[in-house]
Every structure is written in structure tokens, then in C-alpha cells.
Design a protein around this ligand. Structure first.
Ligand SMILES: Nc1ncnc2c1ncn2[C@@H]1O[C@H](COP(=O)(O)OP(=O)(O)OP(=O)(O)O)[C@@H](O)[C@H]1O
Ligand SMILES: [Mg+2]
Length: 549
């Protein structure tokens, strides 16, 4: 049964994410409690110090000094331990979010890249606040208050009643506003995500914005998102500020009542009472106020938690339910691929992109998939990689249905040169090593030669060590395609898909690469998706996709 995701669910998840850090958590509480209670011990010894009739003055002074020192040391340790724990939890969650995103992005149509980025980076980062501050602080504050009240009881019992009433009053206010804070926090994080998405869109599409003169419209949209975010943030902050003001008012009134009560009952202050007032204003009320102030960020944390755990729970379009982890490389049988009665439509659309598609491809042959633009050629490649899932029809590799294979296993056997090439902002050699981490320099050079890339690489200032810029912007479209082909050659998988892999090359270079494909096809299934005559003609077989209507 699906769990109803109310508040408790997210709070439980926040606790669960801490399960590997239980030891550090307990340590944080102990250290925090010591650092927060050290002032009470100091208070005790200070009170003793002014009592000249009892005990040795020097020993009491030394003990006072030691407690002050303990307070300082543990305050430092407190920051160190709690942050070490919270950074660890945040790192783990960031990994989990990225892994999840990796599984859902290829088949995700509903969330923008900027919003994903905001979750992995921004929302997860907010958790640091929860684990290092709010949680440990709340627990330690309760302990500190208990100790503080004991100290008050020791000095003046009537003041104890006033303190308890004050504490109840200032704790009550944020508690009744929790639900509102959660809603506002979630809203705020969502507006933040939308704003981030708009910024990332603008950065990625900056050239289109400039060439198409969209700047005005884009800026208007961005300003609107920014305005919505600020409005929401202002409401959130205003509510926090109101709480802070009321809390301060209650604390000041309470101090006044305590003073009045002491004057009325005692007539004058003794030193112990002054110390008590000092302790209360700086420690108990201070600690409580700080904790409640941090607590106003709870709505923020809740909003971030809802976004993070909703992402981690998001249903994956592609189900990785297969359990076969390897395909026998049966040399007798040779590699083969079979597509049977395959139909497919994208979610939330009503027209099939592929309808009853049937074709097969065997080792030692090049099969060209041809069809007009928008007919579903890339969709076929994406289904072979299982970036999307199909419900009607089957795809077999060496007679094993794709869905019976673990996805990570399947991808060991397939390499694809995609229609849109993405290179990382590192050297060409490093980009090539992504395809084969242990590739030697010689292997890389050979692959580049086969991909007809060595000519331009030799002309680059640092050859293979040239850094290609973000998304490979320092290379031309055709150069990027040749690097992607070299990557596929390095991977050397038994099934290779080339999706318009030579579309940006001149005819002479395309023909040379076609020659390479002819050499590559030995013992491999090679699928080429192409519009160009030269590539279609060199294929051993042509499969035409009829657009489903
Ligand atoms: N993520 C998606 N969600 C919804 N529809 C999609 C998605 N991706 C592609 N489509 C639609 O599916 C159809 C086939 O797209 P596909 O990219 O497979 O075409 P193609 O044959 O590769 O075209 P081209 O030759 O232009 O590359 C198109 O009508 C496209 O609008
Ligand atoms: Mg395509």
C-alpha cells in the first residue's frame, strides 16, 4: 500500500537518512550538552566563589577556570562533530539524488534540468542546517533548560515558576505555526526551483536568445519568477521576524517580572541572585531564543525534505526488473538483434510514434534505419538503450528479451553515438577515457585515426590534451561527432548505434568514416540512422520506419 506522505513521513525520512551516523549523532548531543551546560557549572562555582565563609578560595577559582575552559573547548568540538556528521549525511543524500536522477532523466518530461539541479544542490544542502543545528540543538536545549531550571530552583523558587511560564509561552508560538511554516517553506523551495530552472535555461540557451532577439521576453519571464520568489521569501521571513519580536517581548517582560518579584520579596539583590539573572539572560533564554530562531528555518528544511524525498520516491518510468547480468557471447550463433511488433508512444501523448515495428540485424552487417524526420528513429535507439520503456512488442539480443537483462548489463553491450553530442569540459584524452578508462595513448590515437579525427587533433595546441570547453564548445559540430565516434570505437561493444553520427561532416569525411564502419562491423551488429545518401548506400540492409498515424 502506498504510504500517505504527510508531515510524519518526511520527518521519518530525515531521521532515516541519519541511520549510518548514529554514533556521530549521539556524540554530537553529548558534546553539545557539555558545551551548553558548562556555563551552569561556571555559575555554580561563581556562586561558591562569592561565598567567602566556605572552602578554599583558590580551589574554587581554579574549578571556575576549568569549567570556563571546558565550555570553550566543547563549543569548538560541538561545531566540528555536528558539522562532520551533517556534511556526511548531505554527501550521501546528494549521491542518492544523483543516482536517482540518472535513472529518471532520460525518460523525464515533467521536470526541468534547473529544478533537478536545485534539488541536488540547493535542497540537499539545506539539510545541513537540520542535522548540524536544529536537531542536535533542540535536544541539547531541553537538557540545558532542565539544568538551568534546577539552578534557578537552587537560588530562588518563585523565579522558577516565572521562568517555566516564560519558556512555555515562547515555545508555544512557533509550535502552533509549524504547519504554516512547512507550507510556506515548501512553496519557497518550489519557487526557488522554478527560478533556478529559468536561469539555467537562459544560460544554456544564451546564443538562441541573442540570435533571435528574445532577450526582452526572456528577461520579463525571469523577472517575474524572481519577483514571485522574493514575494514568497519576504512572507516567510516576515512571519519569522514577528515570532522573533514576540519572543523578545515575552523574555523582556519575564526578566522584568523576575526583578520585581525579587525586589518585592527580598528587598535587595544578593550576588547569587545577580548571577542567576545574568545566567538566565545569557544562557537559558539566549539558548532557547537561538534554538527557536533556528527553528524558524524548519519550514525551509521541511520544504527541501519534501522535494528531496519526493524525488527519491519518484516512480521510474523504466523498470529495472531484469536479473540477467550477462549475455553469452556465443561465437557460433553470432550477435543478433531482433525487434518484434514494437509499438511505442511517449507518456501523455495519444499517438504511437512506433507501430508494429519489425526488423532484425545480425553480426557482420550494417543496417540503416531510414525515415523522415520525426518518424521515431532516435526513439528506436532510445528504446534499445532502455532510456524509455515499451509495453507492446519485444526486443531481443541473442534471443534474450531486453527487459530480462539488468539495465547496467545491457549497456555493457551497446554503445551509441547520439544525435546530439555532449563532451565534458576536460581534455580530449579524458573524454575518450570515459569510454574506456584504461585506454592507452596508442589506443586513443588509433581510435581517433579510425574516426578520422587525428587530422584536426594534431592541429590543436595541445593535441589530445586540449581541453574542449563546456559541452565541447571549442570544437566544431563535425569534430565533436568524430570524437564521439572514437569513443564508440574505444568501447568496442558488440552492438553499435550511430544516430546521424556523420550529419555534420563533409561528404569526403563521411565516406572515410563509412569505410571505418565497414571494418568495424566484423562480429558486430551496426545500426546506422541516416538521411544522407552515402551512408544509406553503404549499408548492407535498409529498414524503413513507417510513421504511425
Ligand atoms: N520525450 C519525448 N516526449 C514526447 N514526445 C517525444 C519525445 N521525444 C520525441 N518525441 C516525439 O516522437 C517523435 C519521434 O521523435 P524521434 O526523435 O524519434 O524522431 P527522429 O526520427 O529521430 O527524427 P529526426 O530525424 O529529426 O532526428 C517526434 O514526433 C517527437 O516529437
Ligand atoms: Mg533523431
Amino acid at each position: 500500500m502506498e504510504e500517505t506522505k504527510g508531515r510524519n513521513y518526511y520527518v521519518r525520512q530525515l531521521m532515516k537518512s541519519m541511520s549510518h551516523y548514529r554514533f556521530q549523532f549521539v556524540m554530537s548531543i553529548i558534546v553539545k550538552a557539555i558545551s551548553m551546560s558548562a556555563p551552569f557549572l561556571s555559575f555554580y562555582f561563581m556562586a561558591q566563589l562569592v561565598d567567602f565563609d566556605n572552602g578554599v578560595f583558590q580551589i574554587k577559582a581554579l574549578l571556575l577556570f576549568v569549567t570556563v575552559l571546558i565550555g570553550v573547548i566543547f563549543s569548538y568540538l560541538d561545531t566540528y562533530v555536528s558539522h562532520k556528521m551533517s556534511f556526511g549525511i548531505v554527501r550521501d543524500l546528494r549521491d542518492r539524488c544523483y543516482e536517482k536522477i540518472e535513472r529518471i532523466i532520460p525518460s523525464s518530461n515533467h521536470r526541468s534540468l534547473g529544478d533537478y539541479e536545485k534539488i541536488v544542490n540547493g535542497d540537499v544542502d539545506v539539510f545541513e542546517w537540520f542535522y548540524a543545528h536544529i536537531l542536535v540543538e533542540w535536544i541539547a536545549t531541553v537538557a540545558t533548560i532542565a539544568l538551568g531550571l534546577a539552578a534557578v530552583f537552587y537560588v530562588n523558587r518563585l523565579s522558577l515558576v516565572i521562568c517555566i511560564i516564560t519558556i512555555l509561552l515562547i515555545t508555544f508560538l512557533p509550535c502552533i505555526k509549524t504547519k504554516q511554516a512547512e507550507e510556506k517553506g515548501y512553496e519557497l523551495r518550489n519557487y526557488g526551483g522554478a527560478l533556478n530552472a529559468a536561469i539555467i535555461d537562459g544560460i544554456l540557451g544564451v546564443k538562441d536568445i541573442l540570435t533571435n532577439n528574445y532577450k526582452h521576453e526572456y528577461m520579463l519571464g525571469l523577472m517575474e519568477k524572481s519577483r514571485q520568489f522574493d514575494k514568497c521569501r519576504e512572507k516567510y521571513n516576515r512571519s519569522g521576524m514577528n515570532e522573533k519580536r514576540i519572543t523578545e517581548l515575552v523574555i523582556n517582560l519575564s526578566a522584568l517580572v523576575i526583578v520585581l518579584q525579587l525586589v518585592l520579596t527580598n528587598g535587595a539583590f544578593d550576588l547569587k541572585t545577580i548571577l542567576l539573572l545574568f545566567l538566565f539572560s545569557t544562557n537559558i533564554y539566549g539558548t532557547l531564543q537561538q534554538t527557536l530562531r533556528d527553528g524558524t528555518n524548519y519550514g525551509f528544511v521541511y520544504g527541501a525534505a519534501k522535494r528531496v524525498y519526493d524525488l527519491l520516491n519518484e516512480e521510474e518510468v523504466v523498470k529495472d526488473n531484469g536479473n540477467i547480468v550477462s549475455i553469452e557471447d556465443d561465437r557460433q550463433k553470432k550477435w543478433n538483434l531482433e525487434v518484434k511488433n514494437l509499438s511505442f508512444k511517449y507518456p501523455d501523448t495519444d499517438k504511437n510514434v512506433l507501430q508494429d515495428l519489425n526488423f532484425d540485424a545480425k553480426a557482420n552487417e550494417i543496417v540503416a534505419l531510414v525515415a523522415p524526420s520525426g518518424s521515431g528513429k532516435t526513439t528506436v535507439a532510445n528504446l534499445l538503450e532502455r532510456f524509455w520503456d515499451y509495453e507492446t512488442g519485444e526486443i531481443y539480443i541473442n534471443s534474450i528479451e531486453l527487459r530480462k537483462l539488468k539495465i547496467s548489463a545491457l549497456r555493457k553491450y551497446i554503445s551509441m553515438v547520439p544525435q546530439e553530442i555532449y563532451l565534458f569540459n576536460m581534455s580530449l584524452a579524458d573524454n575518450l577515457r570515459l569510454a574506456k578508462p584504461d585506454a592507452t595513448r596508442e589506443e586513443m590515437i588509433n581510435a581517433c585515426k579510425m574516426a578520422n579525427a587525428m587530422g584536426f587533433i594534431n592541429e590543436l595546441p595541445d593535441g589530445l590534451d586540449t581541453v574542449v570547453g563546456e559541452r565541447g564548445t571549442k570544437l566544431s559540430g563535425g569534430q565533436k561527432q568524430r570524437i564521439a565516434i572514437a569513443q564508440a570505437i574505444l568501447r568496442n561493444t558488440p552492438i553499435m548505434i550511430f544516430d546521424e553520427a556523420t550529419s555534420s561532416l563533409d561528404v569526403a569525411k563521411e565516406i572515410e568514416i563509412n569505410d571505418t564502419l565497414q571494418k568495424l562491423k566484423k562480429d558486430k551488429v551496426v545500426l546506422v540512422i541516416a538521411h544522407r545518401k552515402a551512408t544509406i548506400e553503404m549499408a548492407d540492409r535498409i529498414v524503413s520506419l513507417e510513421r504511425a498515424v
